[in-house]
Design a protein around this ligand. Structure first.
Ligand SMILES: [Zn+2]
Length: 398
């Protein structure tokens, strides 16, 4: 009797421990964190959804009409197996959806899993460009597949008129912090106007940025407070090389996989030939990552664009265009668009800015060339992701 009781106890303990271990394993597999997804639809190459955590929109550009088969870097899956994986690179999280309902032009997905991106195979090498919403001003962050960082201009930052939004905020620095960026390979100031240099002193003097390898500047003399603060913030950084880049020189990153060619600087302009000398001197960079190309021209206006076109008549093709001079009438010429032929663009214009940017003339030109328009005042910060092939993904803040 005693032995039987003992055997039963052992058996019970054995069964309990087995049950416990199964439950533990099962919990790991079948009860991942879930997120409620609704209003997720795909129509005319636009994928949008709302979730319990956020509202996001993705626009996918592809030379191929089969959208879902050509999204390896950000969205994987296909309509046939009714599954889709979205890698949210911003928060390093992977979302996995399964198709719930499908109509002619709409696919509704339901979320079934959410897990860290380490749980799925590594996505393709991705270049990320962030058009930071600094209100009326410029700031673009480029992060290469290998993690190198280029920052072009520093947003509105702490200087400027107080009458419209953006004043006094360390927008660019805060964005770098949100991306946990501590090191900048190249910091580029296109020209010394406050809406481009204003936040760079904040970036350069913050202890979170431990290293800045190069600062490229047009070396235009300026006595503005914002520019002086910028120069003073460079001085204590003994590790930083401060230089005016030469026309035709390259910034080469990731073993030459990512290249940025300088196609314009102040040496191409005569001081007397334009009323907008500082804008027209803007350091202008043409980014290249495999087949993907993008244009960064600061505030270079049509006079400067003509100079660039004469120097590089066939080299400015770009899928994405950071619109010149905040969408001003003098920031984008038809000749410029003719050679660049972008698919989409970003206009860095602040809501209620006193210049009336973007001007209707520019919007008309962009529309005539069928360019999809993203705007700081309407879409906030815009993130571009590309694997360097003929497609790219846009994530809008709003
Ligand atoms: Zn500007």
């Amino acid at each position: 009797m005693k032995i039987n009781r003992f055997l039963i106890s052992v058996l019970v303990l054995l069964i309990l421990s087995l049950l416990f271990s199964c439950t533990k394993d099962e919990k790991l597999i079948t009860e991942p964190e879930t997120m409620e997804i609704y209003d997720l639809s795909y129509s005319n190459s636009i994928l949008t959804w709302k979730s319990s955590e956020s509202t996001r929109s993705i626009v996918q550009y592809s030379t191929d009409s089969d959208f879902l088969n050509h999204t390896a870097y950000s969205i994987q899956g296909e309509t046939t197996n009714h599954s889709i994986i979205f890698l949210d690179l911003n928060s390093d999280t992977t979302y996995y959806y399964r198709i719930k309902q499908k109509t002619a032009d709409t696919i509704i997905y339901s979320s079934i899993k959410k897990f860290n991106s380490g749980a799925v195979s590594t996505p393709a090498q991705i270049l990320k460009v962030v058009y930071i919403d600094v209100k009326q001003g410029d700031s673009e962050l480029i992060k290469t597949p290998e993690g190198n960082v280029v920052l072009i201009d520093g947003g509105y930052g702490s200087y400027g008129a107080e009458s419209w939004t953006g004043f006094g905020q360390k927008i660019t620095l805060n964005y770098l912090k949100s991306e946990s960026i501590t090191s900048i390979n190249y910091l580029i100031l296109t020209h010394p106007h406050a809406d481009h240099v204003g936040g760079l002193a904040d970036v350069l003097s913050d202890s979170s940025i431990t290293k800045v390898d190069y600062v490229y500047d047009n070396m235009l003399s300026s006595t503005s407070e914002a520019y002086i603060d910028f120069l003073n913030a460079i001085t204590p950084r003994s590790e930083t090389n401060y230089a005016l880049p030469e026309l035709g020189s390259f910034i080469s990153l990731d073993s030459d996989q990512v290249k940025m060619k300088l196609i314009h600087n102040k040496n191409q302009m005569d001081e007397d030939d334009t009323g907008h000398y500082y804008n027209d001197c803007s350091l202008t960079y043409h980014l290249e990552f495999k087949n993907f190309k993008a244009m960064f021209q600061g505030d270079a206006e049509t006079v400067a664009q003509d100079v660039i076109l004469s120097n590089y008549p066939n080299d400015i093709r770009s899928q994405f265009y950071k619109v010149g001079h905040h969408g001003s009438y003098n920031g984008t010429s038809r000749a410029w668009m003719e050679k660049m032929r972008p698919v989409a663009c970003y206009i860095p214009c602040g809501a209620g800015n006193p210049y009336g940017h973007p001007h209707n003339q520019t919007l008309t030109i962009l529309e005539d060339f069928n360019v999809d328009i993203y705007r700081a005042d309407q879409n906030g910060t815009v993130i571009l992701l590309t694997d360097g092939e003929n497609n790219f993904t846009i994530i809008r803040e709003k």
